[in-house]
Design a binder for this molecule. Structure first.
Ligand code: KG4
Ligand code: ZN
Length: 351
């Protein structure tokens, strides 16, 4: 069965086609980064309007790329939450209209489940069960994944997400939005040892995180440098970026490794936008190798938000028998706030 998937939870419009037997057929993405850049962050109303403009051209693009007609599509998937309410509604209403018009089942997908299963789009593909480190702009969680729809939360951030820590620190350093990739690029030129920053909750016994104090530490350090030597020069900026990246990555890696030890599992999967961070990737691979643990990442272009992971999560649910494909009910709601553990087990089509 071919499933078309729509993602519109934040600032990326994604559409993709996934076949339940053959995998990803085509995906297309439009990022709104350039549009939001001048505001220093996502403007929800602009995001919703742009999703409306992009979603149909992207749909035509994937159909053309895969060389298939609309009549070959067997189900429609969309991100139902969590995310920005107005933005979610665009993907949800397009998907539901598509499904209604063609009498197809519609499958609401949890955005984080999309991220969580996206490493299975790569080769080699991890087998269940595994530990997942989910690091996006809004979430930082460690989960035990027993199978599709079998997710146990082991730890999470008590305040800011790791992506937020990257973004907010980058903003303090005068880097653009989104800050993660920009800070990470600058960090490559810096000396991470020059400035000492805290590693919040590094030694706590649980698997939780706290990143809100880190941005305050970056700000305090920034102010003290400025007091001593006036405006930050390029060298100091790069060194502070490197120190920030190191502090975030050290905590993420330490907790992920602790989860491996605690669960005794031998597979670690990293997902979400921050999973694109090269330093995090290298540190996790190195630390996991010592435990004879394999580490899996999504393909680099599928780390941040995209439609492929949504269509793919729907395909995994269909293959696992977790979707009622006979439901013809097309009323829908989106869930801007939605815990991943709420979707353990079956989720009805068109919930
Ligand atoms: O998963 P995602 O695309 O969106 C959410 O669902 O939130 O993640 C976006 C987050 C942003 O905070 C962005 O700064 C961060 O991922 N990010 C990175 C990198 N690429 C994206 N953070 C650090 N290093 C990167 N290379
Ligand atoms: Zn995301």
């Amino acid at each position: 069965m071919i499933i078309i998937g729509f993602e519109s939870s934040c600032d990326e419009t994604g559409v993709a086609l996934v076949c339940t037997e053959r995998g990803l057929l085509a995906h297309a993405l439009h990022s709104q980064i350039a549009m939001h850049q001048e505001y220093g962050g996502v403007v929800p109303e602009l995001a919703s309007r742009d999703h409306i403009r992009r979603v149909l051209p992207l749909t035509r693009e994937v159909l053309k790329e895969a060389g298939i007609g609309m009549e070959q599509i067997g189900a429609v998937a969309y991100t139902a939450g969590p995310g920005l309410a107005g933005a979610l509604l665009v993907g949800a209403s397009v998907a539901q209209s598509f499904a209604w018009a063609r009498r197809l089942p519609a499958i609401p997908i949890h955005h984080l489940e999309g991220h969580l299963l996206s490493p299975l789009l790569a080769t080699p593909r991890p087998e269940f069960p595994f530990v997942a480190l989910l690091v996006s702009g809004g979430h930082t969680q460690i989960m035990r994944v027993g199978g599709v729809g079998d997710y146990e939360l082991l730890g999470e951030t008590l305040d800011d997400a790791a992506g937020e820590a990257f973004d907010k620190s980058a903003k303090l350093l005068g880097l653009g939005y989104p800050g993660g990739p920009a800070l990470s690029r600058l960090a490559q030129e810096g000396d991470a040892g020059r400035y000492d920053l805290p590693r919040p909750m590094l030694h706590s016994r649980d698997l939780d995180f706290s990143f809100s104090g880190l941005k305050t530490a970056v700000l305090t350090r920034l102010r003290s440098i400025e007091k001593e030597s006036g405006r930050l020069d390029d060298r100091q900026r790069a060194d502070l970026a490197a120190a920030t990246e190191n502090a975030i990555v050290d905590v993420l890696a330490a907790k992920a490794i602790k989860a491996i030890k605690q669960t005794g599992l031998k597979r670690l999967v990293v997902a979400g936008g921050v999973g694109a961070n090269r330093h995090l990737r290298a540190q996790l691979v190195g630390a996991a190798a010592k435990l004879r643990c394999e580490v899996f990442f999504p393909p680099l272009d599928l780390c941040t938000d995209n439609g492929a992971m949504i269509a793919f999560a729907a395909a995994m649910r269909v293959n696992a028998g977790l979707v009622n494909l006979d439901s013809a009910h097309h009323a829908f709601t989106v869930r801007p706030r939605w815990d991943l553990e709420d979707i353990c087990g079956p989720v009805a089509a068109s919930a």
